[in-house]
Design a protein around this ligand. Structure first.
Ligand SMILES: Cc1cc2nc3c(=O)[nH]c(=O)nc-3n(C[C@H](O)[C@H](O)[C@H](O)COP(=O)(O)O)c2cc1C
Length: 455
């Protein structure tokens, strides 16, 4: 069977998300990110193009590891200023009927009860078109914004995330039965007592009484997205995630990585096709190859390589050192023995090699430039040879990236049976991705609380 491509448009409410420096293009619209018309226009373009979803990244701190200051990020509009993505979804939902929305929210800093209600609100307002990108937050500044002296250790953040989702599952799945809301005007009964219950959760990190304040929405639980690279993250994903972003890896390794996560999720009682794998991808298309190459060159000319160092929290300043020094020597010159001891950087590389590697990692392996046939050939290779299920399309230009994809790539992918001809009316995001019901399957851990069981 021909595998269909899942396509999300990758966004963030900020001038510079992941294509650093490109907001400076004279006709780019990034500086309009705080204007609601930017989002309604984008949502219509995405829906006209047939995207599965608009996927919104988020951070709750500034990038301040590079140069030990937030100013380099600030100056470049690199994820600061930014806005809360959840609030944008309501506006976009109002002008669309089909396109889905993925929203990033962290499990580390705000307790789960209010988030359960906010996400349920979005699932109601969108008619079941939302997903949640579960993140644990990697920025040290975020910890200091929420009253902590320093970051909670990485694996502890995943332990907190595990309890966080358990509370959510209890609220979303266990607190209200399907028959709870009766709206019986004659009898004066809005919701039926006996069909709604407290959850009385008492765990190591959270105490939540309940009941959940929102009645059941179409999906109850938003489609669960996650991006993981670590052992703890992958273990969490195998249990909970429905759609996973995998890190770029060399061809064979990516397949092995996908297989390992699938195997683990099957050991947890889930099915192999309960999880889908997406990668972040670049598609620069023109009517001719020449046009596409010129466009790519133009984008490249605005690129800010230092942006990658800031975004990846590189804890020293590679540009201050001769390229032939090793990373270890550069760190010694900066007196950063703490970084040397942490062992996270490739100390043996020269500074020049390190800078090139960061630069190349940034462009990623999933990079297609060409005419519609050429990029469709490459995308088909990603699906069939690399074993992925879809992409988060990286934006080089707003709104050209989305428009180009819709006008030039989508018709070609449809001809090849890789995208559907049209949306299915009334379909939830989960139905669109998995082709089954709007709710999580019984074998997902959230299902164990249904009907109040296991509370
Ligand atoms: C495509 C993609 C998108 C991501 N989006 C976000 C985001 O919006 N906010 C965030 O805090 N982390 C984001 N992350 C980081 C992940 O949540 C995670 O921290 C990272 O992949 C490292 O994995 P680990 O937590 O298993 O170490 C993203 C990662 C990827 C690959």
């Amino acid at each position: 069977m021909t595998k269909r491509l899942i396509v999300n448009l990758f966004e963030m409410a900020t001038p510079g998300h992941i294509t650093h420096g490109l907001w400076r293009q004279p006709d780019n619209q990034r500086e309009r990110y705080a204007d609601v018309a930017y989002w309604t226009e984008l949502a219509r373009i995405a829906e006209d193009a047939g995207f599965d979803a608009i996927f919104l990244a988020d951070v709750v701190g500034a990038y301040d590891v590079y140069d030990d200051a937030f100013e380099p990020a600030l100056e470049r509009g690199l994820q600061i200023p930014n806005l809360d993505p959840m609030l944008l979804v309501a506006a976009m939902a109002a002008v669309t009927d089909h396109v889905g929305f993925g929203v990033t929210f962290s499990t580390t800093y705000e307790p789960p009860f209010a988030f359960a209600r906010r996400m349920a609100t979005l699932d109601h307002l969108t008619g079941g078109r939302v997903g949640w990108n579960i993140v644990t937050s990697y920025l040290p500044n975020a910890a200091r914004n929420f009253g902590l002296a320093d970051q909670i250790p990485h694996d502890t953040r995943y332990e907190i995330a595990a309890e966080y989702v358990e509370v959510l599952y209890k609220l979303w799945e266990g607190s209200w039965d399907d028959d709870a809301v009766v709206v019986d005007k004659d009898a004066g009964v809005y919701s039926r007592p006996g069909s709604v219950r407290a959850i009385d959760h008492e765990g190591e990190h959270f105490r939540v009484a309940g009941p959940h304040l929102s009645e059941p929405s179409r999906q109850r639980v938003p489609v669960l997205f996650q991006a993981s690279a670590s052992k703890a993250g992958i273990a969490f994903a195998a249990q909970h995630a429905e759609v996973l972003f995998t890190a770029d890896r060399p061809p064979g390794a990516l397949e092995r990585n996908i297989a390992a996560i699938r195997d683990e999720s099957v050991r947890q009682g889930r099915r192999p096709d309960d999880t889908r794998f997406l990668v972040m991808a670049t598609v620069i298309v023109g009517r001719t190859e020449q046009e596409a190459r010129e466009k790519a060159e133009r984008y490249r000319s605005f690129r800010d390589p230092e942006g990658a160092f800031i975004h990846m929290s590189v804890p020293f300043h590679p540009l201050d050192h001769p390229a032939e020094l090793t990373v270890r020597e550069a760190l010694e010159r900066e007196g950063r023995h703490d970084v040397i001891d942490a062992g996270a950087l490739p100390l043996h590389l020269t500074v020049g090699q390190f800078a090139r590697a960061v630069d190349e990692a940034w462009d990623s392996r999933f990079f297609a430039v060409g005419d519609p046939q050429q990029v469709a050939d490459i995308i088909e290779g990603w699906l069939d040879d690399d074993g992925i299920d879809g992409i988060n399309l990286r934006q080089y230009h707003s709104f050209d990236t989305a428009r180009d994809f819709g006008e030039l790539v989508v018709p070609e992918l449809r001809r090849r049976g890789r995208m559907r001809e049209r949306y299915e009316p009334g379909e939830t995001l989960r139905e669109r991705i998995f082709g089954e019901g709007p709710r999580l399957p019984d074998r997902h851990p959230a299902a164990r609380y249904r009907g109040g069981a296991g509370l």
